[in-house]
Design a protein around this ligand. Structure first.
Ligand SMILES: Cc1cc2nc3c(=O)[nH]c(=O)nc-3n(C[C@H](O)[C@H](O)[C@H](O)COP(=O)(O)OP(=O)(O)OC[C@H]3O[C@@H](n4cnc5c(N)ncnc54)[C@H](O)[C@@H]3O)c2cc1C
Ligand code: SF4
Length: 803
């Protein structure tokens, strides 16, 4: 097998790998290096994360299990620093060396940071990755005033997000018009007025010359001498192709890594794709052209005859609620161009098409972009528009009419290059009935998601009478089926299905092996329904759960023993120290959940270490109860009103190992000073005089959310009863991989309170919880006892991710 290495684990690169796997699944042994410590995620949706519409988990495109299933060796958090083009080897910043036959460079780009004094101060960031988002979200908790430099697409999306996070936002822009490369002055002023009405403040025609402050930013100074205050500065003035690793190793670079029409660089067997690549003097910054490049490259690398990549015309949209705009091609008259225009100042609608020689060469639309796909097609196909009415009248714009008259080669999903014809064909030949299925089969709607309403219309039009609107919108478990979570649970119960295989078989999954999304979900639902009677299907679990250890970014594992309530003993510490020493554990670290983690452990050492530790697994890898963090409490702290440690230990002992839809963390504080941070846990307990307050749905991660008060109880027994019922209700009604914070927001806190207020219901929920808890045994111990488990999971040949 030929060795294919890819540098960069982002959108364009991984899409290329997907195409390669589709064309020739067995042709390459694939290794990917990604500098970020995550699997490939949808960078486009970072704006949505900042605007509070989605969570990081939801924007992961290829989970770790996808790499594993496709035998891809993934090294996350590891950058390639050297390419030995002669010796055909890459070398990482960890000193790892990997040989290649073919190399793809897909290193994307970096935010362009203004080279001005103070640009390195704390509180100054670009807007490129999840780390930048997290930094902005954290800043918004502590600070009030943000300044975004750059009134382009990224700057405005960042500014909208910061407003949503409660900050006061100024947008500084060098030019007189916002998005001046995409919009003319009328569209730009309409956009500005809308954003001002949303609370954004604009400082136009200002050139930033200095960032003020000591260690942390306090403001900006402009060229005209004026200043503005700032606790956070986001630089969104553009991107810079990330090509250092190519340039410093003799690969020809101009603005980007220069490639030909087959994405080949100046060095044989080395290719570049994505934002790092420069094709015919253009470096693209939107996914649509990058995915086209990926297709061409995949064909080339697999040795198939490929059409050359000849360049793309791109269309721009802005992902800000309340703003509907589209722009493509040229926007300025050049004396040869003629405009066709509609301008309705009352309704804030402006549409202008720029033509030359009876062909559309530019489009600017604001307030109504319904015709953008049609016009964009005319532009890209250079259609003759003589005699064609460019803008729809009210009567011609009836619902459905659009789709019926749309030609088959019209692009519906701009990001992924999917035409109406391809969607109709997939619906007809593969019997698709839901939006999710269409997305899964054709990629339409998989990136920015703006084409989803159009895909829905095509689905309705193609299916005619058989179209079921509610069913079409329904979110299926995954692309292997049309079945939703509710239907799956109902069908399992009604048909008495008892195994993952049986579910997929009887419910006619279109992929008989299932996928990394549906298999763990089915396994969870079966366990939830059949309680102690279900035999867990270990191979259907997510990879960390299957291994009972977290895979680290360098391919080693972590061992985190249970430490109930964060309490240990001198003997326990000694044992951990001895094992760490014996197995040369490179890192011994106190975790955020008050335990001791041993990091950097080889897979084959896991059972031996577990045996010598003789401690239960802390499940630091599972969709289950993780930790119960406790404060010192009444035993030792002079403020403590309750015994927080005892309650924490009791809770952890009772609910450890329980399968839950997502991970669950708890905290117990013995007074409202809240040293265990119980206010941001899935369930938090705060001691007060004569009882406990119980908080739920808190979250301390990227989607920071304070817990809501569920109820106040007097005794420990009541705490256990409410917790058992609450957790069981979550288990029975949440979607697999839905955190408690999202679940409570979806079903409503009042609804949960009403359910738990009923004594009978509480009792029944607790009975089912207790029945479920009976089935669990200690997984590390099981592995120690079983040669079969050791051989299957803990010898060198198993599990590929990051190995
Ligand atoms: C906030 C935001 C909103 C956006 N909105 C849109 C939109 O609405 N529509 C649209 O089409 N596009 C949008 N984009 C652009 C789109 O996300 C990019 O075009 C796309 O991600 C580029 O893919 P890529 O693979 O070239 O680069 P990336 O996705 O950036 O991936 C490159 C990866 O390579 C890694 N890397 C770099 N150097 C090394 C090294 N030496 N070793 C190992 N790894 C390395 C990087 O860490 C990175 O993870 C947006 C981008 C951002 C930031
Ligand atoms: S939360 Fe209160 S009782 Fe617990 S350690 Fe802090 S101050 Fe003491």
């Amino acid at each position: 097998m030929k060795k294919l290495v890819m540098i960069g684990n982002g959108m364009a690169g991984v899409r290329t790998i997907e195409e390669i796997l589709r064309l020739a699944p067995e042709q390459f042994e694939i290794t990917i290096f990604g500098q970020e410590p995550h699997p490939n995620y949808n960078r486009i949706k970072l704006s949505n994360i900042l605007q509070g519409d989605t969570s990081f988990d939801e924007i992961i495109i290829n989970p770790l299990d996808w790499y594993n299933e496709n035998n891809i060796q993934l090294y996350t958090g590891e950058a390639i620093v050297k390419i030995d083009v002669e010796g055909k080897r890459v070398i990482s910043d960890k000193g790892r060396e990997v040989d290649f036959d073919e190399l793809i460079i897909a290193t994307g780009s970096n935010s362009f940071i203004l080279p001005i004094p103070g640009a390195d101060k704390i509180g100054v960031t670009g807007f490129r990755d999840i780390h930048d988002c997290e930094m902005m979200i954290k800043s918004a908790e502590q600070y009030k005033k943000a300044v975004v430099i750059g009134g382009g697409l990224l700057g405005l999306e960042a500014a909208r997000g910061l407003l949503n996070l409660g900050m006061k936002v100024d947008v500084v822009h060098l030019m007189p018009n916002l998005m001046e490369r995409q919009l003319d002055s009328i569209a730009s002023s309409l956009l500005k007025a809308e954003l001002e009405s949303q609370g954004m403040n604009f400082l136009m025609e200002k050139e930033t010359v200095e960032i003020l402050g000591d260690e942390r930013v306090t403001g900006l100074r402009f060229k005209d001498g004026s200043e503005v205050e700032a606790d956070l500065v986001v630089m969104a003035i553009g991107i810079k192709s990330n090509n250092e690793v190519a340039k410093s190793n003799g690969i020809y670079v101009n603005r980007g890594i220069v490639v030909n029409d087959f994405m080949e660089t100046s060095v044989p067997s080395v290719y570049a794709v994505g934002e790092c690549a420069e094709h015919r003097e253009i470096v693209y910054g939107l996914v649509a052209p990058l995915y086209e490049q990926g297709k061409v490259l995949a064909n080339r690398i697999c040795g198939l005859t490929a059409e050359p990549y000849t360049g793309s015309v791109t269309g721009t949209q802005l992902k800000v609620a309340g703003v509907d705009l589209f722009s493509a091609g040229e926007i300025f008259d050049d004396g040869q161009t003629k405009s066709i225009m509609v301008y309705n100042e009352f309704e804030g609608i402006y549409k202008r098409v720029l033509t030359r020689n009876n062909q559309i060469v530019g489009i600017v639309m604001y307030g109504d972009t319904k015709e953008s796909t049609k016009l964009f097609r005319m532009l890209t196909k250079k259609e003759d528009i003589t005699g064609i009415s460019i803008f729809q009248t009210e009567c011609s714009a009836e619902a459905g009419g659009d789709v019926a008259s749309m030609p088959n080669d019209e692009l519906v999903c701009g990001c992924n290059g999917v035409t109406k014809g391809a969607i109709v064909e997939a619906i007809k030949t593969q019997g698709l009935t839901t939006l999710d299925q269409v997305s899964h089969c054709t990629n339409a709607g998989r990136s920015c998601g703006r084409c989803k309403p159009m895909v829905s219309q095509i689905l309705a039009h193609t299916l005619g009478d058989q179209f079921d609107a509610a069913a079409a919108q329904k979110t299926s478990i995954c692309g292997c089926t049309t079945i939703s979570r509710e239907e799956l649970v109902e069908e399992i119960k009604a048909k008495g299905l008892t195994s993952v295989k049986e579910v997929m078989n009887v419910l006619e999954w279109n992929n008989e092996e299932g996928c990394t999304k549906c298999r763990p979900a089915i396994n969870y639902y079966l366990g939830m329904i059949y309680m102690d009677e279900y035999k867990d299907d270990r191979d259907s679990r997510l990879v960390n759960e299957k291994m009972h250890a977290n895979i680290q970014k360098d391919g080693t594992y972590s061992v985190v023993p249970r430490m109930y309530g964060g309490v240990t003993t001198a003997a326990g510490l000694k044992k951990i120290a001895e094992v760490a020493e014996k197995y040369n554990v490179p890192l011994v670290k106190l975790t955020g959940g008050q335990r001791i983690g041993l990091f950097g452990v080889k897979k084959e050492d896991l059972p031996g270490m577990w045996e010598e530790l003789d401690m239960p697994s802390g499940y630091a890898y599972g969709k289950t109860l993780r930790t119960v963090k406790t404060c010192v409490g009444a035993q030792f702290c002079r403020y403590g009103t309750q015994d927080s440690m005892a309650l924490g230990i009791e809770l952890e002992k009772k609910f450890e190992r329980l399968d839950t839809p997502h991970k669950v963390k708890m905290g117990v504080s013995a007074c409202p000073r809240n040293c265990s941070e119980a206010g941001i846990k899935d369930i938090g307990f705060v001691g007060i005089d004569g009882g406990w307050e119980i908080y739920v749905a808190g979250n301390g991660g990227v989607d920071l959310r304070p817990g809501d008060l569920l109820c106040t109880v007097k005794t420990t027994e009541e705490v256990m009863e409410v917790t058992g019922a609450y957790l069981q209700y979550y288990r029975e009604t949440a979607n697999y991989l839905e955190r408690t914070s999202k679940w409570v927001e979806r079903v409503g806190l009042n609804h949960v309170k009403e359910v738990l207020a009923n004594e009978e219901t509480r009792k029944a929920l607790n009975e089912r919880m207790d029945k479920t808890l009976k089935k669990y045994s200690e997984p590390w111990n099981e592995a120690i006892q079983s040669e079969e488990i050791k051989d299957k999971y803990y010898t060198k040949h198993t599990v590929k991710v990051g190995e």
